[in-house]
Design a protein around this ligand. Structure first.
Ligand code: S3P
Length: 447
């Protein structure tokens, strides 16, 4: 993690972006590698782990639950798993900070063990909906109390004799699916989950990697069905974490919209359930060339070359939303430079992320001169003169902070973003990496 992340940053027009920058490990896979490693029997080694604040919150919580997790001098993480029955009740509440993934997946873990734990988090996490997780876990037999409205703090008294559940989720959410799967590992019977579209399937892949029996298929309507055999045992297995496509997204869009740019990003995760932004940007006319396709640690990865392109507005279909759910803030920045209007459909879930991403992006874009409108489930951004010159708050949301800073690279006047320390949750070294490519993102308190 960077020693002193600046909380206020200023981003302005600079030269073209050229060369390469390191993209940190995938956040979703990093959380899961620590969690599944802790639930396995024996030692697991993890290479390429994202050492951002969110993943470290999950690490601290797992240590409090009894797992052994240590980093060696070479940056490899060593997990001593305690098995599916070996966790202990933590003495103090588990504070998951800003991390929805950490909180929700660990709720599934605690539900399936003979332990009790209380979950809390920061101001953003404390207003995010938890009933979507706690309701199915309660149906499986966990005893759960939470604050009114299904909010943190949540206390879960788990049990090792949970009943398997058949759950049909209203939303495509990997967090809901993964929490139920984690609880289902210890349940009696087969757990079935159906989601309206497939959400990222890193849990399914990792469960198989650790020896569990998981099946998944997509039916003719596009619904995704996942089945897990209960009363499982996980065997320790080493993991290589690919670079996070959701973090690469900021450099990709920055290069596409900054004239004369030409960058290369190496080893980016290409799981097809995460590549909706690439599909969209290519449809918009983005010059993105993929090469060196390979499998690393069970996940598809590739290198990407991205060159400046005049983009055109398109309609992004609702069925694609799950495969780019974290990329809409940065897509809305790309859309502000595209000819015509870009329409994003089926994006209601953005309202319950680290902040209400539809409203916060729309307000920030409008403050910088961009034409934007939205309703509950869709957003439209039209080609605009990006005046910039505004001071915008990140609202405890790393992806909002990085999106506004990327907007500053093409605005007529610099954009100041407050609350940038939150970038540490997913992308330590973001500003320095972007500056290495040629951007100008500097400490705003020093100006
Ligand atoms: C994640 C799932 C998504 C995503 C989040 C990471 C995961 O959330 O937005 O950043 O690792 O499972 P939802 O499951 O709420 O869609």
């Amino acid at each position: 993690m960077s020693p002193h992340p600046h909380d206020q940053l200023v981003s302005r027009k600079a030269g073209p972006l050229v060369g390469s920058m390191p993209i940190p490990g995938d956040k979703s896979i990093s959380h899961r590698s620590l969690i599944f490693g802790s639930l396995a029997i024996g030692p697991t080694k993890v290479r390429g782990l994202l050492e951002g604040a969110d993943v470290m919150s999950t690490k601290d919580a797992l240590v409090a639950l009894g797992a052994g997790i240590e980093r060696d001098a070479g940056g490899v993480w060593h997990i001593t798993g305690v098995g599916l029955h070996g966790m202990i009740s933590p003495i103090t509440p588990l504070n998951l900070g800003n991390s929805g993934t950490g909180a929700r997946l660990l709720m599934g873990v605690v539900a399936g063990q003979n332990i009790t734990a209380t979950f809390c988090g920061d101001a953003s996490l404390s207003v995010r909906p938890m009933a979507r997780i706690t309701d199915p876990l309660a149906k499986m037999g966990a005893e759960i109390t939470c604050r009114d409205g299904g909010l943190l703090p949540v206390t879960i008294k788990g049990a090792t004799n949970l009943m398997a559940l058949s759950h049909r989720s209203k939303v495509a959410s990997a967090q809901i699916k993964s929490a139920i799967l984690l609880a289902g590992l210890n349940a009696r019977g087969t757990t079935n989950i159906t989601e309206p579209q497939a959400s990222r399937d890193h849990s399914e892949s990792m469960l198989r990697h650790f020896g569990a029996s998981v099946q998944q298929h997509i039916d003719a309507d596009g619904a995704h069905h996942v089945t897990l055999a209960g009363e499982a045992t996980l065997r320790a297995a080493d993991i290589i974490v690919p670079s996070d496509p959701s973090s690469a997204a900021f450099a990709i869009v920055a290069a596409l919209i900054t004239p004369q740019s030409d960058i290369t990003l190496v080893g980016i995760g290409m799981n097809p359930l995460r590549t909706g932004l690439l599909t969209t940007l290519i449809e918009m006319g983005g010059d993105i060339v993929k090469s060196n396709d390979r499998i690393e640690g069970g996940e598809a990865v590739a290198d990407l070359r991205i060159r400046h392109s005049q983009l055109k507005g398109i309609t992004v279909p609702a069925e694609r939303a799950a495969s780019m759910i974290d990329e809409f803030p940065i897509l809305s920045v790309a859309a502000a430079t595209a000819n015509g209007t870009t329409e994003m459909l089926g994006v209601a879930e953005l309202r319950v992320k680290e902040t209400d991403r539809i409203k916060v992006m729309a307000d920030g874009l409008a403050a910088c001169g961009v034409t934007v409108d939205y309703d509950d489930d869709s957003m439209r951004v039209s080609t605009s003169t990006i005046t910039g010159g505004a001071t915008l708050s990140a609202q405890h949301d790393h992806r909002i902070a990085m999106s506004f800073l990327t907007l500053g690279l093409v605005a007529e006047h610099p954009i100041t973003v407050t609350g940038c320390a939150t970038i540490e949750t997913s992308f330590p070294g973001f500003a320095s990496g972007m500056n290495q490519l040629g951007a100008s993102i500097i400490d705003g308190t020093a100006t």
